[in-house]
Design a protein around this ligand. Structure first.
Ligand code: AMP
Length: 545
């Protein structure tokens, strides 16, 4: 016997329709490039998104076309996602911190047809346009009178396109398994790989994310997604906020402590989310200026591990609840959230922080296990650590164009590349990364890429890069080098050699000359041993915070 219930497709555009009817007057506030504060309601965003859908169709775009965005968090970026998916298109977020070569690679690989771009990033794309094989044109996020002089071949002003249409448009009807969005992994080993979210996976992720033991969002919430839309989908907030009618406050390009505080305070933000580096800057500003956070209830910290001190400060000094989250691009992105269980609220402050430094527990629809290298499941005792694997309907099945081949184990679990413990209450703690990336300010630096460049120097025999703790950036890379016997090589020579070959912020903070670099049995550099060796190393830049 079959169930006799309706089987309406789960489509993200229905979320905005819902907000338009039931939360029509709730605001999206955005700080624009240039500093101006813009306000509009969900109803206005709904109308403007439909106008932009019409505009995209008038430009010749159709179902299945991929349209990229290179922008900060703002109302136009929000509208564009819904406008693109509203014609059956697929939004593709571009991370402005990628190198030119990586941007070219992913734009061509995803076969982007048009690119929406914030004024700040126009020069980046102008430099690349000759190498973009599938891009037919660009749409700049600005008012008519702000249109810059540009070398783009086919360029449109966002507001001119909006003004040319009436919004009399119905979203294109789709299957819930149709592609909705694309985000590429950071590509620390080889080329970046594309993750294609479906409408269904995004809606399911949003339903889970809003729930009480995950983000706990509601129509009472005022949410500031500091985490960028180009980094793991702003942790889903573009969908979860309109789903429950939470107001949104978009910080735009200004993420320094003073600017973030200004918006938190002026807009009475109750909930915010970002990587630790952002919170470090905010806490420093609060302390220097002797400020308080009277409106903020909850801060979500993820992307890299939240330091204990940070959790303690938010909770003790500012009475803000910290929820430590773990996720990744391949997961839509949330995998765990560190909301305490009922029985944990009577614990002492220190005992609660002991739990909060862990990355949290998986919600329903995320199945999680740790295994040894042979795939055998390991005990959930909070001590044994193993390869962290996950399974569920908003977790990747295969990468775009099957890059990377088969990525699930026999039971359908995806190997996250992280190493973790799980305890009896389900709390997961990352103990190491199988990838050896250096995480600087929430963004990744490929140790392998730096090593490859360094060994290109004629006087360098071998090189290894590890991340060393930095008070502001979490981690900064140091380059450990064995030089040729009798070579006269200085720190400055090595850094000078690397200059221009990598982005400035990838430049190692120090170069250390050693006699020997430890190796594993299979000849790989033993990063764990190196990290242990350099665990007390103080960077020359440590005081530049
Ligand atoms: P991305 O896909 O760029 O979001 O990066 C995902 C990776 O970031 C994960 O596989 C982890 O290695 C790391 N990560 C995310 N959240 C945390 C966290 N709370 N603590 C430690 N590492 C994290």
């Amino acid at each position: 016997m079959l169930g006799r219930m309706q089987t309406s497709a789960l489509l993200v555009n229905d979320i905005l329709d819902h907000a338009n009817i039931y939360h029509s007057d709730v605001e999206i506030v955005s700080r624009l490039v240039g500093g101006k504060i813009h306000r509009e309601t969900y109803s206005e965003a709904h109308l403007r998104a439909r106008k932009m859908s019409q505009a995209l169709q008038s430009l010749g775009l159709d179902k299945g076309d991929v349209v990229a965005t290179l922008a900060w968090n703002n109302h136009r970026h929000f509208e564009s996602w819904y406008a693109i998916t509203g014609i059956g298109g697929v939004y593709h977020t571009l991370n402005p911190r990628l190198f030119a070569d990586q941007l070219i690679y992913i734009i061509n690989h995803a076969e982007d047809k048009y690119i929406f771009v914030d004024l700040t990033f126009v020069p980046i794309l102008e430099g690349l346009q000759d190498k973009l094989n599938t891009v037919k044109g660009f749409i700049i996020y600005c008012d008519e009178d702000e249109m810059p002089q540009t070398t783009f071949d086919n360029v449109h002003c966002y507001e001119t396109l909006i003004n040319a249409h009436d919004g009399d448009f119905s979203w294109v009807q789709l299957d819930e398994n149709d592609a909705c969005g694309i985000c590429y992994t950071s590509g620390t080993t080889g080329n970046p790989k594309g993750v294609i979210y479906s409408h269904r996976s995004n809606v399911l992720h949003s339903l889970v994310a809003v729930s009480q033991d995950v983000m706990g969002l509601s129509s009472k919430s005022v949410v500031m997604p500091v985490v960028p839309m180009f980094h793991a989908n702003a942790w889903g907030l573009v969908f979860t906020c309109p789903m429950v009618g939470a107001a949104m406050v978009n910080p735009g390009p200004q993420m320094d402590g003073a600017s973030i505080f200004e918006l938190l305070d002026a807009e009475q933000v109750s909930f915010t989310a970002a990587v630790p580096t952002v919170w470090l800057m905010l806490l420093q500003h609060l302390e220097e200026q002797n400020l308080k956070l009277p409106y903020l209830d909850t801060v979500v910290i993820g992307g890299s591990a939240a330091p204990r001190m940070m959790i303690e400060k938010f909770e003790k000094d500012y009475e803000v609840d910290v929820n430590h989250a773990w996720g990744m691009t391949e997961l839509s992105p949330l995998g765990t959230m560190g909301v305490l269980k009922g029985k944990m609220h009577d614990l002492s402050f220190d005992e609660r922080v002991d739990i909060k430094v862990k990355q949290g527990r998986p919600p329903y629809l995320v199945q999680m296990k740790i295994t040894d290298d042979d795939g055998n499941e390991l005990p959930r005792d909070g001590k044994t650590f193993g390869n962290l694997k996950v399974k569920g309907p908003f977790i990747i099945e295969t990468y775009m164009k099957d890059d990377g081949g088969e990525i699930l184990d026999a039971e359908g679990y995806f190997d996250t590349g992280d190493v973790a413990t799980l305890d009896a209450d389900g709390f997961m703690q990352i103990t190491d990364r199988s990838k050896d990336v250096v995480k600087s300010g929430g963004e990744w630096i490929s140790s392998i890429e730096l090593e490859n460049i360094a060994v290109g120097h004629p006087d360098i025999v071998e090189a290894a890069v590890i991340g060393v703790a930095h008070p502001k950036w979490d981690e900064r890379p140091i380059l450990i080098v064995i030089k040729k016997e009798d070579a006269d090589l200085s720190r400055e020579d090595v850094l000078g050699f690397m200059e221009g070959k990598i982005a400035k912020w990838w430049m190692p903070d120090d170069v250390v000359f050693v006699e020997e670099i430890p190796h594993t049995a299979t000849g790989k550099i033993q990063k764990l041993a190196l990290r242990e060796q350099f665990k007390d190393y103080v960077l020359p830049t440590a005081n530049d915070a």
